[in-house]
Design a protein around this ligand. Structure first.
Ligand SMILES: *Cc1c(COP(=O)(O)O)cnc(C)c1O
Length: 289
């Protein structure tokens, strides 16, 4: 599908009313047919709506449509760009780990990485986005993420996504690209080897300045990078907080699945259905703008 067609129709199969436009499902909860249905939904034997902190049909369209635009496999919408970045990092790193970040970053990301993540025991190490040698020298076996922006805000430095992703691949580390400024219309980081993208939807995605929101997208086939990778044991071992689920064995995109089932569930920084709907309207004109 052409990008402009995706922006108008991607990810929406008509609901039972046959509505052409995506409806706003302004609801917190959903009916379970019976106890077995509820059990099957929670154990992922059947996929469906559980509670709007975990999923919502309007937000689902925004996530699917955005993932298609980006050429990714799956997405998770969040309440802001900052929460998307925090989820992308916290999904990979924990206390005692480090992340390697470009020093040319959005100010909020600099304070998150330098000060707030430090309070969670995660160390940020900075490289110059134009100096691959400085990047490689910062990596060790506790490095869980290489984080940078495709077009940096505000200096508009252009990152060499291919070169940075190649270093990430060499060490089996996840590359996370903030693609807010470029948007999928101008740059599609997965085509250049990136693993995960994050966006502030509050900027060009809405285009109208109406809502704060964010989104995290996972590339196709990321499961193979995570499977049996000693850096990411928590994707390969049973998750005690989710009935012993092993994320790489679910046949579902594991990065967004864990971010949803663990981080969105416990931290709750999810997008409201109304704001998802506003972003869906904004995306329609993204390629024109
Ligand atoms: C604005 C921005 C963010 C933060 O997004 P919010 O939606 O404001 O939380 C992150 N990264 C970049 C590049 C931004 O421009």
């Amino acid at each position: 599908m052409d990008l402009q067609t995706i922006a108008l129709h991607g990810g929406y199969t008509k609901d039972s009313q046959g509505t052409m436009a995506v409806p706003i499902y302004q609801t917190t909860a959903y009916e379970f047919r019976d106890v077995q249905h509820a059990a099957d939904l929670f154990s992922l034997k059947e996929l469906g709506n559980i509670y709007t902190r975990l999923n919502n049909p309007t937000t689902d369209v925004f996530e699917k449509r955005f993932a298609m635009l980006e050429g990714g496999e799956a997405a998770l919408a969040t309440s802001s760009g900052m929460s998307a970045i925090f989820f992308a990092i916290a999904n990979a790193a924990e206390a005692g780990d480090n992340i390697v970040c470009a020093k040319q970053l959005y100010g909020g990301s600099l304070t998150l990485n330098t000060h707030t993540l430090k309070r969670f025991g995660i160390e940020a190490r900075y490289f110059d986005v134009h100096d691959m040698a400085s990047l490689e020298s910062l990596i060790d076996d506790k490095t869980k993420v290489i984080f940078f922006e495709s077009l940096t805000n505000p200096s508009i430095d252009v990152a060499d996504i291919e070169a940075i992703s190649a270093i990430a691949d060499k060490y089996g580390i996840l590359s996370v690209v903030d693609n807010t400024v470029a948007t999928p219309v101008i740059c599609r980081p997965f085509e250049h080897g990136a693993d995960i993208t994050v966006h502030s939807a509050s900027k060009y995605t809405t285009g109208q300045g109406l809502a704060i929101g964010g989104i995290l997208v996972e590339r196709k086939g990321l499961v193979e990078k995570l499977r049996a990778n000693p850096r990411y044991e928590h994707f390969n071992k049973p998750d005690a907080s989710y009935h012993g689920l092993v994320y790489v064995d679910t046949n579902l995109p594991p990065y967004t699945l864990r971010a949803r089932l663990s981080l969105a569930r416990d931290l709750g920084a999810v997008l409201s259905p109304f704001n998802s709907w506003l972003f869906i309207q904004g995306m329609e004109t993204l390629s024109l703008r």
